[in-house]
Ligand binder design. Structure first.
Ligand SMILES: CC(C)c1onc(-c2c(Cl)cccc2Cl)c1COc1ccc(-c2ccc3c(C(=O)O)c[nH]c3c2)cc1
Length: 228
């Protein structure tokens, strides 16, 4: 029994999630011919930069986000960007996004100069996300919940963020029961995505390994990931 307010919340978040997508002219570049490690890294950097811009716009539309302390808004974005991008790229790689050019994206990630040790956990995560068959609402809510994680570095008003996240978790819990009646454990399985945290940790090492091989990031990625 989802309340009227909760239904309005889902509608607002889903609308924002659908409205803020990477422009076609950026994702189309993934289809171009060159497949060198350098070319793949450059393309992924461009797509990631565009994805961060889209993420910032989406976050501004999360009801309640803009009423948080300004510095906390930045801390939440910086702390969640990698995890939100794992979720988004997972949706693309599990063939949910026709615009994602799934095979090409996977190929470029595998051949972008990232060390082998990150491939296995990363693609295992992609596989487990694919098996969840999340609806668009669940994807949007899960991304929102990831962004509203209170225990990110430098977040000051922990409780304010926790209250917002709790509101979203309550909605997602009810939605899962409604949308996956045959699987009462579904919401708990979504919780298993705490793997996201370990991927976040791997990612920091990935960045260092790319950096040591003199890979350049864009100013926006440097700012959000505190590199260089
Ligand atoms: C700086 C680069 C080298 C990097 O560093 N770590 C990661 C990285 C990696 Cl390699 C994996 C997971 C997370 C990150 Cl940040 C990346 C590349 O990150 C991304 C981010 C986002 C997409 C992505 C999103 C949406 C769509 C989409 C649609 O919406 O229609 C269609 N195609 C999409 C592609 C791909 C790659």
């Amino acid at each position: 029994e989802i309340t009227k307010e909760q239904r309005a919340l889902i509608k607002a978040i889903l609308a924002a999630y659908d409205r803020h997508q990477i422009p076609q002219d950026v994702t189309k570049k993934l289809l171009q011919e060159q497949y060198s490690a350098e070319e793949n890294f450059l393309l992924l950097t461009e797509v990631a930069t565009s994805q961060v811009q889209v993420l910032v716009e989406f976050t501004k539309n999360i009801p309640g986000f803009l009423s948080l302390d300004r510095e906390d808004q930045i801390a939440l974005l910086k702390g969640s960007a990698v995890e939100a991008m794992f979720l988004r790229s997972a949706q693309v790689l599990s063939k949910k996004m026709p615009s994602g050019h799934t095979e090409v994206l996977e190929e470029r990630i595998r051949k972008s100069g990232m060390s082998e040790e990150f491939m296995t956990p990363m693609f295992n995560f992609y596989k487990s996300i694919g098996e969840l068959h999340m609806t668009q609402e669940e994807q949007a809510l899960l991304t929102t919940i990831t962004i509203l994680t209170p225990d990110r570095p430098y977040v000051k008003s922990h409780e304010a963020v926790e209250r917002l996240q709790e509101t979203m978790l309550n909605v997602l819990r009810k939605l899962c029961v409604l949308q996956h009646p045959q699987e009462p454990q579904y919401f708990a399985r979504l919780g298993r995505l705490t793997e996201l945290r370990t991927l976040h940790h791997y990612h920091a090492e990935m960045l260092t390994s790319w950096k040591t091989n003199d890979h350049k990031f864009t100013p926006l990625l440097c700012e959000i990931w505190d590199v260089q």
